[in-house]
Ligand binder design. Structure first.
Ligand code: KIV
Ligand code: ZN
Length: 516
């Protein structure tokens, strides 16, 4: 197939996705997601914004050093220091890309950059040249292209291509575009820019009006051949275009687009679950492709139709995106080899035998309490095991909760605080409230609870509960996760995980806020 018949899938879950408030991930979690993206056969993985913080740099570097089958990319503002840091982080990659950007809309140039249009063009050209000296594959983005003037876009893009950019990205940064108008913008750029044939045109749409996927598809219909997207549509504010929706729309309506992607769609659900578990952002049940109800037929007429002939009400098969395959996997008699091989099939590897052994011990413990272990249980178990490996100033040693109808619940717990065991007891309006109050009576974090959510990881009352706790303190937001068959224990673990992350986290720069 010629490259013009293929759409390049550029995943930015680890960069723009991580800009969702509360979605920050550890380096190890990012690496795990990068491996799942590689297994999905994503063409380009935007691994982060290397200059943002030492942690971001380390994550981009670890991903660049590990991933072999996808291009690994780092974001960089149009500044020498950013570009040099990106190149340094990407040095070990099999295939690397530097993605440099500058804002091009009148409102951004005037109020954010405080630069004249001529200066912006000059800076963009300098940045692309600099990046090309360090990396053969350079992408240039016109931030806020959706609100930029067409003539100015033509001018800066022509100059960026002349300077060596081989991918030109047209972001709808603020989610302002409407499909037919955005498609027309891409068509105009392709028609008017004299050297447009020397670059691949890319789109990057935000979902503020719920149109990110529709805008991306309109752009593809107009000639764009790269789509920037994220798993579950994670991303800044209302998020980015959802990878699973873009890919399945192109595949299901191949008749219309005549285009394909390299994505191995049967791994989509596992990737979605992994990202949701790590970030603590649950997937809504009616979410297209990966929501629990995406393939569930409730009405009798629909059920009857599907039973007689699936295509009466289904436009794609659940199996094609990973539903219903290998649901039940392991039990308490399964050995280490089966455990390791199932994790490998899920794209989860371990850095050392010690990590594998720790996860296997937890698996055995879980299998004693829970008869059937599903893929989702394994993913939660690995997240839990690896969270326990990070420095944990606050650890749960013991927890007992009494909860009886008509009585005030009481939580008694023992925490290990930096190596010292301390006991506490508290009452609350419910058992979870009592547990959090008991923890706070020892930790005094002064953080505010922003979100508490419990999801059953699998079906049935023996399911593990996966709890997310979002805490905020001094403008910093963290998500803690915990899983257990006892949801009060899961809640305590999630709360402590959030407190530990809060202790560990360093602030990092935001690419679009820090001006040039
Ligand atoms: O939304 C945006 O404009 C971006 C750019 C940095 C590509 O994320
Ligand atoms: Zn963005």
């Amino acid at each position: 197939m010629s490259s013009s018949e293929r759409v390049i899938i550029f995943d930015t879950t680890l960069r723009d996705g991580e800009q969702s408030p509360g979605a920050s991930m550890t380096g190890e979690e990012k690496l795990r997601i990068a491996k799942a993206l590689e297994r999905l056969k994503v063409d380009v993985i935007e691994a982060g914004f290397a200059i943002a913080s030492p942690g971001d740099f380390a994550a981009v570097k670890a991903i660049a050093d590990t991933i072999k089958d996808s291009t690994v990319c780092s974001l960089a503002r149009a500044l020498d220091a950013d570009i040099e840091r990106a190149a340094e982080a990407l040095a070990g990659a099999n295939s690397a890309r530097i993605h440099t950007f500058i804002a091009t809309s009148p409102i951004h140039m005037q109020h954010k950059l405080r630069m004249a249009p001529d200066q912006v063009v000059e800076q963009a050209v300098r940045a692309v040249r600099k990046a090309r000296n360090l990396c053969a594959d350079v992408e240039f983005s016109c931030e806020d292209a959706g609100r930029s003037e067409l003539d100015f876009l033509c001018r800066i893009i022509e100059a960026a291509i002349d300077a060596g950019a081989r991918t030109i990205n047209i972001p709808d940064t603020v989610g302002y575009a409407i499909p037919h108008q955005y498609g027309e913008l891409i068509a105009q750029l392709l028609a008017r820019i004299p050297n447009a044939d020397k670059a691949i045109f890319s789109v990057h749409c935000h979902n503020d009006l719920g149109l990110a996927v529709a805008n991306s598809l309109a752009a593809v219909a107009a000639g764009a051949r790269q789509v920037e997207c994220t798993i579950n549509g994670l991303g800044e504010r209302a998020g980015n275009a959802a990878l699973e929706e873009v890919v399945m729309a192109l595949r299901t309506r191949q008749d219309l687009f005549g285009l394909s992607t390299r994505i191995e769609t049967e791994h989509i659900l596992a990737a979605s679950r992994l990202v949701s578990g790590i970030t603590g952002f649950p997937v809504q049940p009616n979410k297209a492709i990966v929501g629990a109800n995406a393939f569930a037929h409730e009405s009798g007429i629909h059920q009857d139709g599907v039973l007689k002939h699936r295509e009466t009400y289904e436009i794609m098969s659940a199996e094609s995106v990973g539903w219903n395959t290998n649901r039940m996997v392991l039990g308490k008699h399964s050995g280490r080899a089966a455990f390791r091989s199932r994790l490998e099939a899920l794209g989860i590897g371990f850095a050392s035998d010690t990590e594998l052994n720790a996860a296997f011990a937890r698996f055995k413990e879980l299998a004693d309490r829970k008869h059937e272990i599903f893929d989702e249980d394994l993913q939660a178990l690995v997240t839990d095991t690896l969270a326990a490996e990070m420095p944990e100033p606050f650890k749960l040693s013991d927890l007992a909760v009494t909860s009886r109808m008509g009585e005030v619940p009481v939580a008694r717990l023992v925490l290990n605080l930096n190596g010292v065991e301390r006991e506490a007891q508290a009452q609350g309006s419910g058992p979870v409230d009592a547990t959090f109050k008991a923890i706070e009576s020892l930790v005094h974090s002064q953080a505010t609870l922003q979100l508490y959510s419990v999801n059953a990881i699998t079906q049935g009352t023996d399911s593990q509960g996966e709890v997310t706790v979002r805490l905020e303190k001094d403008g910093r937001i963290v998500n803690g996760n915990g899983a257990d068959t006892d949801i009060i224990v899961a809640s305590a673990k999630a709360y402590l995980n959030a407190l530990n992350l809060m202790q560990a986290g360093a602030r990092k720069a935001h690419p679009q806020v820090s001006g040039i």
